[in-house]
Design a protein around this ligand. Structure first.
Ligand code: NDP
Length: 448
């Protein structure tokens, strides 16, 4: 058995019932085969792949909190500190009922490569809880966040581990967590990113993942002699990433015709009204039915009742921006049959391995999330720099740096794919480019 196959088998055996983690490891290691085979003896001796797929530290804890009825609730929480070879652990906190250790490990593993690709000094980690923020009062959210941070604060710090937002963790949750960290640790430091502007946040952080996705996509299209202006785009999700991806795509002259949430999706042939979407999602925190109610050109589709989703619409570009495994083989077939030309992942691992392979086999230009959505974490790293300097940069300064970073990420992975004889395979290019830097740092630091 080859070294890659041995390690994949070991991961499946040692981490039972963690299918998302297995999927992420398989996807990465499969595309690293060519690099691993060229260095097999040294990597095997140093157990390099075993160390790469095993988190440095995993913290599991309970979060007790009191709801508005006086009932005590208990949630499970996790922080996986995956790899610190190139910098302090960095990665978001996901609050969603589906969260378990396997999901956090898959996200932490992906984060290692993504952070490496940004070219910035950040290692990889991820955290979260099975707490569901939906339908909770502000006081309940605060109670949860304070209890969560009471334990987490023992394990993080500005030079150790710097969490950020993710699904279910936005500015409000980061604020409550930051307040509790400061209160217990008595230090005012950049321990979290995605902070509010009045207490150390960075301009353009909120927009960064969605905008970055479009800066990356534009560069990728340029390399393939295409332009984003005039293209029709399907976006999934209607959260932080989706809203700002839709906004930037529209600004670049494309027409975004869909958004979605976990229950339904909108088809708006006139193009999504970004201001209305923000009003419904960011201000009212309401469902997409309210968008449809306020916009005559929009059609609302209930996913369960109709058995459809936004991938059935005819578009040139698909941007999955909601969650993992939301674009499966069947969806890929629909998109290809409708002539899709480009798929770029805003979410983490939204496309299943089979769907990715189908796109690649059918000539669709495909960008993996670990490269295309790295603008969020990159700007988080810029927030860390501003906190260390105790300075604030302007929106334009941050946005300009973000554009430079996304263009560089594309160029690096494009070059890596070419170097290993896989031109146009951006999945392989991203994995190889991210991996090589981490390997170099791990090797230099000895067996740790
Ligand atoms: P948000 O919580 O702001 O939005 C998530 C969106 O996805 C919502 O519209 C939500 O719908 C939908 N969604 C969540 N879970 C599911 C599900 N199981 N099925 C269908 N729809 C679902 O999260 P973000 O926009 O921050 O994150 C979206 C993705 O992007 C995630 O994969 C995240 O890891 C990734 N990402 C985020 C970054 C960031 O900076 N925020 C950075 C890099 C990656 P509903 O409201 O109905 O739950």
């Amino acid at each position: 058995m080859s070294y890659v196959d041995e390690v994949i088998a070991m991961v499946v055996e040692k981490n039972p019932a963690q299918p998302e983690f297995h999927q992420a490891v398989k996807e990465v290691l499969e595309s690293l085969r060519i690099v691993v085979e060229a260095n097999e003896e040294a990597y095997r001796r140093d157990a390099l792949l075993e160390r790469m797929v095993t988190p440095e530290r995993q913290i599991l804890f309970r979060v007790p909190w009191v709801d508005d009825k006086g009932q005590v609730q208990v949630n499970n929480a996790f922080r996986v500190q995956f790899n610190s070879a190139i910098g302090p652990y960095k990665g978001g906190i996901r609050l969603h009922p589906s969260v378990n250790l396997g999901i956090i490990k898959f996200l932490g593993f992906e984060q290692v490569f993504k952070n490496s690709l940004t070219g910035l000094p950040i290692g990889g980690g991820k955290g979260g809880s099975d707490f569901d923020p939906k339908g909770k009062s502000d006081r309940e959210i605060m109670a949860f966040c304070q209890s969560f941070m009471t334990e987490l604060c023992k394990h993080i710090g500005a030079d150790t581990d710097v969490p950020a937002g993710d699904i279910g963790t936005g500015a409000r949750e980061i604020g409550y967590m930051y307040g509790q960290y400061k209160r217990i640790r008595n230090v005012y430091e950049g321990v979290l990113t995605g902070k509010g502007l009045s207490y150390g946040g960075s301009l353009a952080r909120k927009e960064a993942t969605g905008y970055g996705l479009l800066y990356f996509t534009k560069e990728m299209l340029k390399a393939n002699n295409m332009d984003i202006a005039g293209q029709t785009v399907a976006v999934s999700g209607s959260g932080n990433v989706a809203i700002y991806a839709a906004e930037k795509a529209t600004e670049m002259g494309a027409k975004v015709v869909t958004v979605s949430d976990s229950t339904g999706w909108i088809y708006d042939p006139e193009g999504i009204d970004i201001d209305l979407l923000k009003e419904v999602k960011e201000v009212k925190r309401a469902r997409l039915t309210e968008y449809a109610a306020a916009r005559p050109s929009a059609q609302y589709h209930d996913k369960k009742a109709e058995g459809t989703n936004q991938w059935t619409v005819k578009v040139d570009i698909a941007l999955p921006c909601a969650t993992q495994n939301e674009l499966l083989l069947e969806d890929a077939k629909n998109l290809v049959a409708n002539g899709v030309k480009v798929v770029a992942e805003g979410a983490n691992m939204p496309t299943s391995i089979e769907a990715t392979e189908y796109f690649q086999a059918n000539g669709v230009i495909f960008a993996p999330g670990k490269a295309a959505n790295a603008g969020g974490v990159a700007t988080s790293a810029l927030e860390m720099s501003q906190n260390s300097e105790r300075l604030h940069w302007t929106f334009e300064e941050v946005d300009e740096k973000l554009q430079g970073i996304m263009v560089n990420i594309f160029r690096n992975l494009d070059a890596a794919a070419k170097q290993y004889g896989m031109e146009g395979n951006y999945v392989a290019g991203a994995n190889i480019a991210g991996f090589l830097k981490v390997v170099d740092a791990m090797t230099a630091q000895g067996i740790v």
